[in-house]
Design a protein. Structure first.
Length: 84
């Protein structure tokens, strides 16, 4: 290998290394953005789960109240029918 070939090979390697470093920096930035997005999504999902849990509890309480009210109504109707 001549000096000129050696210099071209070294120049090629240096340019390749520089390109790899740029790609690595870009990839690193993309990974950071993805990690931040994942963190935000996780917070959103947790908030959604908490809201869903509160809604479920509210629906259960409402159904219990309606069930009790219906039982009282049925009892009153039964009493009215009996007294007629």
């Amino acid at each position: 290998m001549t000096n000129e070939e050696m210099e071209r090979a070294i120049e090629f390697l240096l340019k390749s290394q520089a390109g790899f470093e740029v790609q690595l920096a870009q990839t690193s930035q993309q990974v950071q953005v993805m990690a931040e997005t994942h963190t935000e999504f996780t917070r959103f999902v947790r908030g959604f789960m908490e809201a869903q849990s509160e809604l479920n509890q509210s629906v259960r309480e409402t159904l219990r109240s309606l069930t009790l009210a219906q039982a009282r109504t049925d009892e009153r109707l039964s009493d009215l029918e009996s007294s007629s």
